[in-house]
Design a protein around this ligand. Sequence first.
Ligand SMILES: [Zn+2]
Ligand SMILES: [Zn+2]
Length: 109
Amino acid sequence: MKKSELKKQRGQKWYDKYQEGVRPQRDQKNFVIGGVAHPRIPWGAEKRFGKVKTKADELCHDCLAEPGMLHIFNCDMEECPKCGDQALICPCKIAEYTEKADLQEDSLT
Ligand SMILES: [Zn+2]
Ligand SMILES: [Zn+2]
């Protein structure tokens, strides 16, 4: 879905309201996996898509993230920062979304 097309379809007001409403979810910078914080992967930076580059105007088809934004919770496009699989179904048991800074950073990431 192109940003420009969506805005034409639904209007700038709808778009702004939607993005405002889901911002708390996009503001959660980390996944907690096994007690360790892993920085989430923003839309367009996924490794599983290889060399396919997200175009500047292309929104996440599921949660309408703009390139560089984090997805909303349970978006089927989000990539797990630990195993690189789809975060929604990967085996890592992502415990919670958190931005707590006192968790130990994973040295592998
Ligand atoms: Zn998304
Ligand atoms: Zn995983």
